[in-house]
Design a protein around this ligand. Structure first.
Ligand code: MN
Length: 426
């Protein structure tokens, strides 16, 4: 299914009058709306191939209808999202779930939908049917050199698939760790992992980056070998200038101060990118901004300020990896992704409203209340009309979810693909 710009424009027509009223009001309240809108138009968030089907929990999975059955259909789904919001212009693939058998054809198809290929992701947290050794006791950390080599070779194969498609980065997330005290020699596990990562790093093309993603717990519940940003940064620093830390919002212990982590990683020039999602308890993979929107704003505030200080804008083409990483149970995945992208845009726009000079002045004078007021003034500003206006100017839908529903996208996907399809992936 393809949503043409004409269909989307026609759908916008009935919503335009109301939008104009909202936008005029926003313009009267907010300075320099055109520059904010331009930055919103330029900002793209990658969609992971595994978020297009219904996720599950260890208790069950309740697939929806019309889920993509192939890489081609996953690209088609991201194409639908991008047609609706013009902000989802990249797809992130997971190997071996999405091995491109005819990479040139896949590249052409993606280009037809206006999509680029974001980071490629390796998978050594599951055993595949055809692999020789099991990752039950870890992959890059494994005490057995042959198992480590198998995992290294897999990562190098993932890089090759990425090269074929025009990706520029590899994301490595390891489930490696231990479940019980005594199981693992922490130091040896770190050293083995470092040696394995160095072998993968050596296979990176010159213009590639490696993102080292961390996670505090799960599936290992006593220790994770890349368990927090400190461990990730340690690996990234030892690996070299092409290695970066990747922050997944759901991969922290409860109440971690993620915005502070972001600030310091940017100071070190080692923030590689983000996996956006939201959570209340653990790695819940809930819709971005659905639980802790103020935290999301504070993170974007650090990103915006860090980018200013580093003189490195983080919109399209900056080399940062911006991605949603979510896969949950009950919503239509495409509606969820539209909501997530919008939440990211809102937080980004609000962060651009912060009076950074006044904030720095308040900090310098230890004016705590003033500093808080400045941030909350930005956070409490309704920027939704700016986000909508950015979509109009980019040729997207004024209201992506309304268009998705009114144009009966899911019904059409079910009629094309069937009711009982299951996307490959988690
Ligand atoms: Mn992630």
């Amino acid at each position: 299914m393809i949503l043409s710009e004409k269909i989307i424009q026609d759908h916008n027509t009935s919503l335009l009058a109301k939008h104009k009223l909202h936008f005029e009001f926003a313009k009267s309240q907010i300075n320099d709306v055109d520059s904010i809108i331009k930055r919103l138009v330029d900002f793209q968030v990658a969609i992971p191939s595994w978020a297009l089907g219904t996720g599950g929990t260890r208790f069950g999975r309740f697939p929806g209808g019309g889920e993509p059955r192939s890489l081609e259909e996953k690209i088609e789904d991201v194409g639908l999202l991008h047609a609706l919001n013009k902000t989802s212009g990249a797809i992130s693939l997971h190997i071996p779930w999405d091995i491109p058998t005819a990479p040139k054809d896949i590249q052409t198809l993606a280009a037809q939908h206006g999509l680029a290929f974001d980071a490629v992701n390796s998978n050594t947290f599951q055993d595949q049917a055809d692999q020789e050794y099991s990752y039950k006791f870890g992959s890059l950390q494994n005490v057995n050199k042959a198992i480590r080599k198998q995992a290294v070779d897999h990562n190098i194969e993932v890089i090759k698939h990425g090269v074929d498609l025009g990706s520029k980065s590899l994301t490595v997330w390891l489930s490696d760790g231990s479940c019980f005290p005594g199981q693992l020699n922490f130091r040896k596990a770190f050293e083995n992992t470092l040696e394995s990562l160095q072998e993968i790093y050596a296979a990176l093309p010159a213009d590639w980056k490696m993102f080292v993603e961390y996670k505090a717990f799960e599936p290992n519940f006593y220790s994770m070998t890349v368990g927090d940003w400190g461990q990730s940064l340690l690996f990234a620093n030892k690996l070299g200038e092409k290695a970066y830390t990747l922050v997944d919002l759901g991969h922290h212990l409860p109440n971690a101060n993620i915005e502070q982590i972001v600030s310091l990683l940017m100071m070190e020039g080692k923030l590689g990118g983000f996996h956006f999602n939201d959570s209340k308890y653990g790695d819940d993979d809930l819709t971005v901004g659905s639980i802790k929107p103020y935290q999301l704003f504070l993170i974007f505030n650090e990103l915006t300020q860090g980018a200013q200080l580093n003189n490195a804008p983080f919109d399209q083409g900056s080399g940062f990896g911006w991605m949603i990483d979510a896969s949950h149970n009950i919503k239509d995945p495409l509606e969820d992704l539209l909501q997530s992208v919008e939440a990211i845009q809102i937080a980004y726009a609000q962060s651009l409203l912060v009076d950074t000079i006044a904030l720095e002045d308040a900090r310098q004078n230890n004016d705590v209340a003033k500093a808080q007021e400045i941030l909350q003034e930005a956070y409490r500003t309704d920027v939704r009309a700016l986000v909508a206006e950015a979509r109009i100017r980019a040729g997207a839908s004024l209201s992506p979810i309304a268009a998705y529903r009114d144009l009966k996208v899911r019904k059409e996907l079910i009629s094309e693909r069937g009711l009982k399809t299951i996307a490959t992936g988690l």
